[in-house]
Design a binder for this molecule. Structure first.
Ligand code: NAP
Length: 485
């Protein structure tokens, strides 16, 4: 069993009140994966103090100097890729292939912003008078608080942390209690790469305590949060009186639309990967398939065939395509949603059962699940289910498909499967979401492109990832210089 402490002011420390907590392997709940210091109010206060003290020196460094540390950390993480991916799988449950991809993504994020460090600067803007110079300067926001979920335990901390550091901010990061090891491993790599003490502080522990610290400590100038809508909106309200910069990226109810002209084998494959891959525990997972009626039966048959063949098991077992639910609550939540859908009139076409054969009995496994006869107003078509549960909704036209797709309070990712280029473009214009895919899975993002949602999926204030992330983590100062006299 691994033992972690929190990183505060460059020191690895126990919680001030000595409390600890553990994580277990969702593929075999008899196995404890790691033990952690359980951070509370005093620890978050100490971390914020350390970040404030480190800010003047770090923000005075050039972006290029900061970028060198990020690039070095990329190399360190790359050299530990296999070990980190195995740990990620043991703690969060996704397959080793998925975990290896995620660790690789984190490495690439460090590499991307390390390279970008040579370009982080302001603009020169033509002035309306001669002998005048008008320019902007990017400056750090200050101490930045980051709160991350368990489902991408290394990629999401990386895509917040790395641009924040590049822009010259100092950081207090609180990873999800379900899977904190990866955030602490990122901190280790950065420390080894030469990150000065206090620039990054990582405190695993109580979310509520960190929320209170951010709400009451004037030193914290920004919060970037990814997680559930309930927690996100609670934080937003608690911070409103401070008027600091807040970015919330939250849940969704992502559709894949299958039009009558679609390649149905492709459509079924895309929905299976986006719905069952990552055990459906992705904010961009497909959970609604909106299908034109003429191909409803043929598509559903192909999707069910894919679900039946989907290999479920421990993520470390070669060939497994889907690991367990992350914890018992999530697993039970999935079954409750399926039961509610059936009570509302949906048909359980395939799946819906817990898998307990042999070694699976010790883990939190379930069948990939397909529900048919779903109507747009049913709860299963409206509320996020963070699991491998796909509801199929029949529609009579392309227009109706778009209307149904938009008829939810969320708007993160949406996919369309068609051969009709015109419809693809009309959909891209009319769909209400932040990520639009055509003939692709609704999951999967390019790290160099902006990412974020609309409606209840996001504060829609700033985008994450790519160069767009720099706008959240920096302020623009405008400078007027007159040399005409
Ligand atoms: P969550 O329960 O909202 O937790 C997210 C983070 O907030 C965790 O670190 C959690 O800490 C912390 N937290 C909980 N209560 C808090 C409070 N009162 N104040 C401050 N922090 C608090 O979400 P989750 O279950 O980890 O993640 C699943 C959700 O994230 C889904 O809804 C999914 O759609 C969403 N998600 C969205 C995106 C996106 O980019 N839009 C990406 C991934 C996931 P503890 O773990 O200690 O409770």
């Amino acid at each position: 069993m691994i033992s972690y402490q929190n990183l505060i002011g460059g020191q690895w420390v126990a919680a001030q009140d000595g409390r600890t907590f553990t994580t277990t392997n969702p593929a075999d709940t008899r196995e404890t994966v790691a033990t952690y210091a359980l951070g509370g109010a005093a620890d978050y206060a100490a971390a914020t103090r350390a970040a404030s003290e480190a800010l003047p020196k770090w923000s005075a460094q050039t972006a290029v100097a900061r970028g060198r540390i990020l690039s070095k950390a990329a190399q360190i993480l790359e050299s530990r890729k296999a070990e980190l991916a195995t740990l990620l799988t043991r703690e969060e449950g996704k397959t080793l292939t998925e975990a290896t991809g995620e660790v690789g993504r984190a490495v690439d994020i460090f590499r991307f912003y390390g390279g970008l460090s040579y370009t982080v600067g302001g603009q020169t803007i033509p002035h309306d008078l001669p002998g005048n110079l008008l320019l902007t300067r990017r400056e750090p926001v200050g101490v930045v608080a980051l709160i991350t979920p368990w489902n991408f335990p290394i990629a999401i901390p990386a895509w917040k942390l790395v641009p924040a550091l590049l822009c010259g901010n100092t950081v207090v990061l609180k990873p999800a209690s379900q899977a904190p090891s990866m955030a602490l491993e990122l901190a280790k790599a950065l420390q080894e790469a030469g990150l000065p003490a206090g620039v990054l502080n990582v405190v695993a522990g109580e979310g509520r305590a960190f929320g209170s610290e951010i709400a009451s400590n004037a030193a914290v100038q920004a919060l970037s949060f990814t997680g559930s809508h309930g927690v996100g909106t609670g934080l937003y309200k608690a911070l409103s009186h401070r008027m600091i910069r807040v970015q919330l990226e939250m849940g969704s109810k992502n559709p894949t639309i299958v039009l009558a002209d679609a390649d149905l084998d492709l459509a079924a494959r895309l929905v299976a990967i986006a719905g069952f891959g990552l055990t459906g525990q992705a904010c961009t997972a497909t959970s609604r398939v909106i299908v034109e009626r003429p191909v409803l039966a043929a598509f559903t048959e192909k999707l069910v065939a894919a679900a039946k063949a989907w290999k479920v098991g421990p993520g470390l077992t070669p060939g497994v395509q889907m690991g367990p639910a992350v914890n018992a609550d999530e697993l039970e939540g999935n079954f409750a949603a399926i039961r509610k859908a059936q009570a509302d009139g949906a048909e359980l076409v395939w799946g819906g059962a817990r898998l307990t054969e042999g070694d699976l009995a010790h883990g939190l496994f379930m069948q990939p699940t397909v529900l048919g006869g779903v109507t747009p107003t049913m709860e299963i078509a409206q509320e996020e289910v963070f699991g491998p549960v796909v509801g199929v909704i029949a529609v009579d036209s392309f227009d109706e498909a778009i209307q149904v797709a938009n008829g939810v309070k969320y708007g993160l990712s949406a996919s369309l499967v068609t051969r009709d280029f015109k419809k693809a473009m009309v959909y891209a214009e009319r769909i209400e979401c932040g990520v639009v895919k055509v003939n692709q899975i609704s999951t999967g993002l390019a790290l160099q492109a902006p990412f974020g949602g609309v409606k209840n999926s996001s504060t829609d204030s700033f985008r994450e990832q790519g160069t767009a992330a720099l706008d959240f983590y920096s302020r623009t100062k405008t400078i007027y210089l007159d040399y005409s006299a």
